[in-house]
Ligand binder design. Structure first.
Ligand code: H2B
Length: 87
């Protein structure tokens, strides 16, 4: 599940390989544009980490972050992503 750490929702996923991770990221990018809400994220090979917070609300967690997190979870499942211990 997502954990709230330092005023952000955080979660890390591992995929089967880099291509799957990057395809997942491409779909997340499209969803972020659609929601007009964008993640801080990092990627190393098949691992993608997220930190979600709302800049317009003073860099704290809002419903917009929870909405994007739900979409990320669905996309991660679509790409066979598994949660791993992140930050
Ligand atoms: C105009 C544009 O939609 C806004 O600046 C959006 C862009 N993406 C965003 N992403 C995040 N994480 N927080 C915001 O407040 C935010 N604002």
């Amino acid at each position: 599940m997502w954990t709230e750490t330092d005023n952000a929702l955080t979660r890390t996923f591992r995929f089967s390989d880099f291509k799957m991770a990057f395809s997942f990221m491409s779909d997340v990018a499209e969803e972020a544009e659609y929601q007009e809400h964008h993640p801080w994220w990092s990627n190393e090979y098949n691992v993608v980490s997220f930190r979600l917070r709302t800049h317009d609300a003073g860099n704290r967690v809002t419903d917009k972050d929870h909405k994007l997190a739900a979409a990320i979870d669905q996309l991660a499942a679509d790409y066979g992503g598994e949660e791993i211990a992140g930050f």
